[in-house]
Ligand binder design. Structure first.
Ligand code: NAP
Ligand code: HSE
Length: 439
């Protein structure tokens, strides 16, 4: 085992990068004890327009800072950490690092979800590895758990609260009565949100993470664009309250299920109602959690801070330590779970996916409305598990909530289309999935 310093370069020094520098400084001795060699941060690449700001920021030793990629790559590095985010220019820098023979540690799920197969193939060609623990679930070791801890199992389902920003917004709106805009700007101020927060609230950040995690869990290649994706930006508080009254909390969930061994995968990202007694319902604020349902270990729940400076930096530095001890490169060379080695997933298209649903109609308050609605649902083979209506008609329309038993989504959508043609409801009917989670 080498006792030489592990030479490290870092691209980007924002929220996560600052945390990495902080951990490397504060725990230098501890890390050396753990892996038998020092971690030596040699250079930090920032953008020209930000160099002066970084020079004055007192985060990184100014002597390590450069805005010139050629200077950054001038001397060989053992590892390049990429915590800049985005694609384009950053993607080119990552290819350059791999081609120069450096291992890459990245927090960038957007890059991996879009260019993973090519990047992993280039890494293998150059006998280096890409580690990406920080890309999914911030400080929670989701990737390591799927890659090694649960390797003995066949995974049946993943159910994840994978976006700290969305979970923070939902918690603040529901528990503290804040507006959506107020909660989003607080999440941004805390450093949870992506540079473009529509990636968070539109569900795409969760989708990218789900694509990476499902690939590891099921040993297939998952294209993020094939995941049915809805965000939290149009959740109505009236639905949140109606769900609470029936014993359900709302969470943005990333779901990957395989009902039969080697069967197709059902993949979705959407706001879902979950029983308020379920463990995932207790996950609040910026916290994330991943429920992994397996055949051997049963239900395994990972919980922790899914975003923010130090939690995310913890995962980046853990990857570095696994490289320093040569554990990860050996595993990377042997494993066949990255998307350059796997076949594309067989995906069950959304209309054929089976689930329970919450429906809220604005129903006309007159004789026969419920009979007409249940008639259409019955014709679609949709069975109801609960119905709720209060005496609160406005302009002759009253909110009417129905919960269904398991049914293909296509049946529900066809019934809603049929109901929209009848003169018994007004406005858009709310359709939200209900997920029965393991306790
Ligand atoms: P951030 O605060 O916006 O920091 C990114 C930094 O990278 C900025 O300082 C930016 O420079 C710099 N940068 C951008 N393009 C660059 C380039 N071409 N060359 C050099 N520097 C460049 O973002 P962050 O929150 O730290 O996130 C970084 C990555 O971690 C993203 O991929 C994100 O998805 C991921 N991640 C973040 C979290 C979190 O909680 N924040 C958690 C998990 C994963 P300027 O200062 O010039 O803008
Ligand atoms: N924007 C992401 C979130 C950061 O809010 O969870 C962690 O990947």
């Amino acid at each position: 085992l080498s006792s030489k310093p592990l030479t490290v370069g870092m691209i980007g020094c924002g929220t996560v990068g600052r945390g990495v520098v902080r951990l490397l400084c504060e725990h230098a001795t501890l890390y050396q004890q753990r892996v038998g060699r020092p971690l030596d941060l040699r250079r930090v690449l920032v953008r020209p327009q930000s160099l002066q700001r970084h020079m004055e920021a007192d985060v990184v030793d100014p002597a390590l800072l450069t805005d010139d990629p050629d200077a950054f790559f001038a001397q060989p590095l053992d590892v390049v950490i990429e915590v800049a985010g985005g694609r384009g220019a950053v993607s080119r820098l990552v290819y350059r690092a791999l081609e120069a023979g450096a291992h890459v540690v990245t927090a960038n799920k957007a890059l991996l979800a879009s260019e993973g197969p090519e990047l992993f193939a280039v890494a293998r060609k150059h006998n280096v590895s890409i580690s990406f623990e920080a890309s999914c679930g911030g400080g929670i070791p989701c990737v390591t758990t799927l890659l090694s801890g649960l390797m003995a199992n066949r995974v049946r389902g993943l159910y994840g609260i994978l976006n700290g920003t969305c979970n923070y917004i939902l918690t603040e709106m529901i528990d503290r009565g804040k507006t959506y805009e107020q909660a989003l700007s607080e999440a941004q101020a805390h450093g949870y949100a992506e540079a473009d927060p529509t990636m968070d609230v539109g569900g795409h950040d969760t989708s990218q993470k789900l694509a990476l995690l499902a690939a590891l869990a099921f040993g297939v290649r998952v294209e993020e664009t094939r995941i049915a994706c809805r965000g939290i930006d149009d959740i109505a508080l009236s639905d949140v309250r109606a769900g609470l009254e029936l014993g359900y909390d709302i969470k943005l969930l990333g779901i990957a299920e395989q009902r039969e061994p080697d069967g197709p995968l059902s993949l979705s990202v959407e706001p879902c109602f979950i029983d308020h007694r379920a463990l995932l319902a207790q996950v609040k604020g910026p916290f994330n959690a991943l429920s992994v349902v397996t055949d051997g270990a049963g239900h395994v729940l990972l919980y922790g801070q899914g975003a923010g400076e130090l939690p995310t930096a913890s995962s980046v530095v853990s990857d570095l330590l696994n490289l320093a001890s040569n554990m990860y490169p050996t595993q990377f060379a042997a494993m066949r779970l990255t998307p350059d080695c796997t076949q594309p997933a067989r995906i069950l298209e959304e209309p054929r996916q089976i689930g329970r649903y919450y429906l809220r109609f604005n129903a006309m308050d007159r004789p026969g409305t419920i009979a007409s609605l249940t008639g259409v649902l019955g014709e679609g083979q949709i069975s109801l598990s609960a119905v709720s209506q209060h005496e609160e008609a406005i302009d002759q329309f009253v909110p009417l909530v129905m919960l269904t038993h398991d049914t293909p989504r296509a049946n529900v959508q066809a019934a809603l289309d049929r109901i929209a043609e009848l003169d018994i409801t007004t406005g858009q009917t709310t359709l939200l999935r209900i997920v029965d989670l393991p306790c």
